[in-house]
Design a protein around this ligand. Structure first.
Ligand code: SF4
Length: 467
């Protein structure tokens, strides 16, 4: 074998990777068998799940509350792992962007970390005087058994600043259990503020995290419709707004995986109805605004909504045409946190003339997956809680030109020589709303048509072999 041949042999892409026995029921190829995907289960041992831990789940939900103190009780690695994890912008305070940690060491593990937590909290609360403080428990705290609840009660009593424990020990489930821990923590604030002055035509925005300013775009749409936004939970969030959000007429939930529990609790406790929306893509964005207008049942709001959608869509569609011209017929793979968002991705890609050949999520439920396979074309692979090898296998088999995912999926795409679009919480480009759809088209176009892929050894070789 020549040197050249050896290099090529070492770069051979394996598409015959076997699927782990325990994962087979979590993969479905549309049209090959009746739809009955397994989901919402613990990751299979031996499968390097793309999911994050419980602590990370709670941190990404609560982190955008900008005037709160966020303290991670654990080793420094947990804090570093989630430092500034969302591109969640604030229109005011920036306290959320600091990453405070008790930096637990071996001695603390042996003797307990309660003293360190108490002293750290007193110091931080006195220095920053935050509106509230969230204290996240990590794996090690669960193991050594620090009484975080008691420390929080003590700090609240001594400082007057509400100090809220977030029971998010990393090992006790998956990212989705972190969403529950975050909702429980938020539940301690809801209902504690004054609701006087809130108008009847009012909503809360739930499950939008102001990534690259997206919450501002969405809030602006609702305000142009004549609707008051009481609280944004949690994008550009403020503690006092969350305290009084139970005075709103409607909860509008986007990321339902993370916020359903809080919305359901508010429905039970305060009778606030819930509608579920998505702000990604032309169809879903328009539908979200119309659904709110319909619910509020006000003629002026409906007229303003129609005007807004007409103006925005007629401005956007001509701009999308030039991207669509190049993207027509390209093939995309989508791997998102929740499966509901994947639905919007499939529709948005269709708007750009692209076909989705793989669609999956970390934490989707059966209902979401059923809807997802419904809108996908025959042959599309639907994946629940995949792993990097499996994902790479299907990307190759389906000859995808693009992978849409988060930070953990990026290297998979680049190693395979594919375009990549970050649609997760780490990105710095707003993809929600009508203007977000234009950004999305630019992003997808830029990466899919980049000449760099011709130079990628694997991709170039594969194309050479098949052409
Ligand atoms: S799994 Fe445990 S140790 Fe790792 S980041 Fe999560 S809480 Fe920290």
């Amino acid at each position: 074998m020549t040197d050249n041949e050896q290099v090529h042999a070492s770069m051979t892409i394996q598409t015959d990777i076997p699927i782990l026995e325990g994962r087979k029921a979590q993969i479905h190829q549309k049209g090959s068998q009746p739809f009955n995907i397994e989901c919402e289960k613990q990751s299979v041992a031996g499968s390097v799940s793309q999911r994050a831990c419980v602590f990370c789940g709670s941190r990404v939900v609560l982190y955008p509350i900008a005037d709160a103190l966020h303290v991670i009780h654990g080793p420094i690695g947990c804090a570093a792992y989630t430092w500034d994890i969302r591109g969640a912008w604030s229109s005011g305070p920036q306290l959320h962007r600091m990453s405070f940690s008790t930096d637990l060491q071996e001695k603390d593990v042996i003797y307990g970390g309660e003293k360190k937590l108490y002293q750290g909290l007193i110091e931080l609360v006195e220095h920053y005087r935050p509106k509230a403080a969230f204290i996240y428990s990590t794996c090690i705290v669960g193991l050594i058994g620090d009484d975080v609840e008691a420390i929080c009660r003590r700090v609240t009593a001594e400082t007057g600043v509400e100090t809220i424990p977030v029971h998010s020990e990393g090992f006790k489930g998956s990212k989705k259990d972190g969403y529950s821990a975050a909702c429980n923590a938020l539940g301690r604030l809801v209902g504690t503020g004054d609701t006087s002055g809130i108008r009847p035509l009012s909503i809360n925005i739930l499950g939008d995290f102001n990534i690259a300013g997206e919450t501002w775009v969405i809030k602006d749409y609702y305000e142009r419709m004549g609707v008051e936004v009481v609280a944004t939970i949690t994008g550009d969030g403020r503690v006092d707004d969350i305290r009084r959000c139970h005075g709103a007429a409607l909860n509008v939930v986007q990321c339902s995986g993370s916020m359903s529990q809080l919305a359901t609790k508010m429905k039970e406790q305060y009778g606030i109805p819930i509608i579920r929306v998505s702000y990604f893509g032309i169809e879903d964005m328009s539908q979200a605004l119309y659904d709110v207008a319909e619910y509020l049942n006000d003629k002026t709001v409906m007229r303003k909504t129609q005007d807004l959608v007409r103006d925005e869509v007629s401005n956007l569609v001509p701009q999308l045409r030039r991207y669509k011209k190049d993207l027509k017929g390209k093939r995309a793979a989508v791997y998102t946190g929740g499966a509901f968002k994947a639905l919007s991705m499939v529709r948005s890609l269709r708007t750009l003339g692209m076909q989705t050949v793989i669609a999956g999520s970390q934490t989707g439920n059966k209902k979401d997956y059923a809807q997802l396979q419904e809108i996908c074309d025959d042959g599309t692979v639907i994946l629940d809680d995949t792993n990097p090898l499996e994902l790479a296998k299907f990307l190759e088999e389906k000859k995808a030109d693009l992978l849409i995912g988060g930070v953990k999926e990026r290297p998979i795409a680049y190693k395979l020589g594919l375009g990549f679009c970050d649609h997760n919480h780490e990105r710095k480009i707003g993809l929600a709303g009508f203007e977000g759809m234009l950004n999305f088209a630019k992003e997808v176009h830029g990466t899919v048509t980049s000449p760099v892929w011709k130079l990628a050894a694997r991709r170039g070789r594969l194309e050479g072999a098949t052409s």
